[in-house]
Design a protein around this ligand. Structure first.
Ligand code: ACO
Length: 318
């Protein structure tokens, strides 16, 4: 059976930047509180009229270029997002049209901050079963559109952006294993309650009990890291790079401690990007590939935790 391998990566951040000092003017907070509790210094935000698909397209074009393939070579386009441009068509279909191709399968996947790892798992399975030779996997979010900008407990945490990878069928192992989980019993800790189905369109803003989410995230990520190593018969020392979901530097440090991994081996973008939900892992991955930190042949562990709750990991031989 074929394996799937990362052929290329790409990412994109909108040009508008909001610093912690800017936030001091909007809500009752301080730059120091935000930095000390989260590690975030600034975040990029979309401008009026800029959408999830705009970010996805820019990241996707860069990933296709890095992979050295054309959009017409794609058999699958998968977009992980919680903030699609519209209810339908899916952002993946909108993206397909922007890329100027027709016919290949295209759909969105929603698993909030774990969305990229979920999408990577699905694309990997398409390739392993022979249903696709080339897959474009994008995480793209405009979380700024679902934030209550009067709620200091949430609006300081998130940013907008997109990241993408192109996967290709390969005889050499690339994606070694993926591990997905969910527990739908924690809705009250992290949600956007508004929706069409429940008639609460006006409540389309993130609500979070941050410290309870924090505690569960740290424990759960510790477990998923152990599960991934065990499933592959590996130990901590086999991991070259941890590319974690970027929600909070303290959560990232806790997972690195669990892996006994020095922070120099952890790709951290939370200071510059904030939490970009499903975009955070491919954004961080692309940054570390492009600046030469992550090299071909190295072992990369991705892990994420988010609303649902959903959580998961992917172990990759890059
Ligand atoms: N500025 C100043 N004070 C604030 C702010 C702010 N922006 N936000 C909250 N506070 C106050 C609170 O009101 C509270 O005050 P009180 O003690 O007088 O009641 C105090 O700071 C402490 O609040 P906590 O919530 O206990 O602070 P904590 O240290 O837990 O940090 C944080 C909060 C940063 C949100 C943290 O809990 C966290 O990162 N949680 C996890 C977030 C996460 O990982 N989410 C999952 C992914 S997101 C997704 O899937 C969509």
């Amino acid at each position: 059976m074929k394996s799937s391998r990362v052929l290329g990566t790409g990412s994109y951040l909108p040009s508008r930047v909001m610093t912690n000092a800017d936030l001091e003017l909007i809500v009752d907070t301080t730059a120091t509180w935000i930095l000390e509790r989260t590690g975030i210094e600034k975040r990029h935000l979309v401008s009026d009229g800029e959408t999830c698909c705009d970010l996805a397209e820019a990241a996707a074009r860069r990933a296709l270029e890095a992979a050295g393939i054309q959009a017409s070579d794609l058999d699958l386009i998968l977009v992980a997002t919680t903030t699609p441009d519209q209810f339908f068509p899916s952002t993946a279909c909108l993206l397909q049209q922007r890329l100027g191709v027709r016919g290949c399968a295209a759909f969105d996947l929603q698993a909030v901050c774990a969305g990229f790892v979920y999408a990577l798992d699905v694309a990997d399975k398409f390739i392993r079963t022979g249903a696709a030779k080339h897959a474009l996997v994008v995480g793209s979010e405009t979380f700024s559109r679902i934030l209550d900008w009067t709620d200091r407990t949430t609006c300081v945490l998130f940013g907008d952006g997109a990241g993408a990878v192109v996967l290709g069928a390969s005889d050499e192992p690339g994606i070694l294993s993926t591990h997905l989980h969910a527990d739908g019993s924690y809705k009250d800790l992290l949600q956007v309650p508004g929706g069409i189905g429940n008639g609460r369109q006006q409540d389309a803003f993130v609500e979070m009990k941050g410290n309870e989410v924090f505690r569960i995230a740290v424990n759960t990520l510790g477990r998923i890291v152990e599960e991934t190593l065990e499933a592959n018969g590996l130990s901590q020392s086999d991991i070259d790079w941890l590319v974690p979901h970027q929600a909070n530097i303290r959560i990232i440090q806790a997972t690195a401690r669990k892996l006994d991994l020095p922070m120099e081996r952890v790709v951290v973008t939370v200071a510059e990007h904030g939490n970009t939900s499903s975009a955070s892992i491919p954004l961080a991955f692309d940054q570390a590939v492009r600046d030469g930190r992550i090299q071909r042949g190295q072992m990369v562990l991705m892990e994420a935790f988010g609303g649902g709750f959903t959580w998961g990991s992917a172990l990759i031989r890059y």
